[in-house]
Write a protein that binds this ligand. Structure first.
Ligand SMILES: [Zn+2]
Ligand SMILES: [Zn+2]
Length: 334
């Protein structure tokens, strides 16, 4: 294992275990340092014991680098592999085993930490047949949302990667912002070129119930929108769910074939159970998505699977349990 691969795997394991604080940041920093160094300098310093003289390399990362270079076991990584796996219930595992893909995730093109290829290769390792790349839209400037022009460049990169990674498929997509009036942050001309469109509310989450309902329903009605992302916008313990007419929103989702996302991010777990139960009754479809912003977060799907199992989401209504061709036909409305 190369030092870069070892450090990347450390960061992956910390991320999947929701330990993305100080420790993970230190390893990300070490990774940057190692990437920028000539290989012979790294080896020379490892032998001389001077790795920690480099700004950004601490005792822990130095040990990982040394052990990786020595070609033996990396003790810290072995420990992390054993202790950071994402738990899942037996009932949830039925859903997880049925999943063939992940329909909502981010890359470095917007605010993700990994390249598209890294996300795709991790998805392959997790047993997926496909992913949808859904970086942010332009309105979300803090997240480097993609203009139509950058999106076009991304679509070209996806086409290149698909040739390399076949039969795995990266579908093109976007997480498009639902603007205050319910229109979307890209026009029909742009959205019609993408395989899958996730639409989410990221701003003005505290709108009064009436306008918020109209806003969401208008987005759901848009024929390009396939999935309603993190429906209530809640952040557990930090931000209450938005207020809207739940039945009107779910009825629109069922009528216009817009799937209700079961967002697996631990701070979101959105929608809450009661809304999820109501969505089942309304006949909605679902997608169980990681909304990953790093490779380790692609392993968060068990959190949504447990929840789907708990409330009894019909598995045949989960879009990402379907073969890719069936999924593509469904989102295309044919
Ligand atoms: Zn979002
Ligand atoms: Zn997202």
């Amino acid at each position: 294992m190369t030092p870069v691969a070892a450090l990347e795997r450390v960061v992956h394991c910390l991320d999947r275990a929701e330990q993305s604080g100080f420790k993970a940041k230190a390893f990300v920093r070490a990774l940057d340092v190692v990437r920028s160094l000539p290989a012979d300098e790294l080896e020379h310093r490892a032998v001389a014991g001077t790795l920690t003289e480099l700004d950004g390399i601490g005792d822990s990362s130095a040990k990982v680098i040394q052990q990786a270079l020595a070609g033996g076991d990396v003790a810290y990584l072995i420990d992390l592999e054993a202790t950071t796996g994402v738990p899942i219930t037996d009932a949830g595992a039925v859903y997880r085993n049925a999943l063939r893909g992940d329909l909502h995730l981010h890359s470095r093109w917007s605010d993700g930490a990994a390249t598209v290829e890294q996300m795709a290769r991790t998805a392959i390792d997790l047993g997926h047949e496909y992913i949808v790349l859904t970086d942010h839209s332009p309105r979300l400037t803090v997240a480097h949302g993609l203009s139509a022009e950058r999106l076009q460049q991304q679509v070209a990169e996806v086409a290149r990667l698909n040739e390399v990674l076949a039969p795995f498929r990266i579908l093109t997509g976007i997480e498009v912002d639902i603007l205050e009036d319910g229109t979307l942050d890209h026009g029909d001309d742009v959205l019609s070129q993408l395989d899958v469109v996730v639409a989410s509310v990221h701003s003005k989450l505290r709108m009064p119930e009436g306008p918020m309902t109209e806003r969401m329903v208008r987005a759901i009605e848009n024929s390009h929108v396939d999935i309603l992302g993190h429906c209530t916008g809640r952040m557990i313990g930090k931000r209450d769910p938005s207020t809207f007419d739940q039945d009107a929103v779910l009825a629109a989702c069922a009528q216009h074939r817009t799937a209700v996302e079961i967002n697996c991010r631990p701070e979101r777990l959105d929608p809450p159970r009661a809304m999820l139960r109501a969505a089942i009754d309304h006949g909605c479809h679902f997608s169980i998505d990681s909304d990953a912003h790093a490779t380790g977060q692609l392993e968060w799907q068990p959190k949504g699977c447990d929840r789907a199992a708990e409330v009894g989401v019909p598995l045949d209504r989960v879009l990402n349990s379907w073969p890719v061709d069936v999924l593509i036909r469904w989102v295309a409305g044919t």
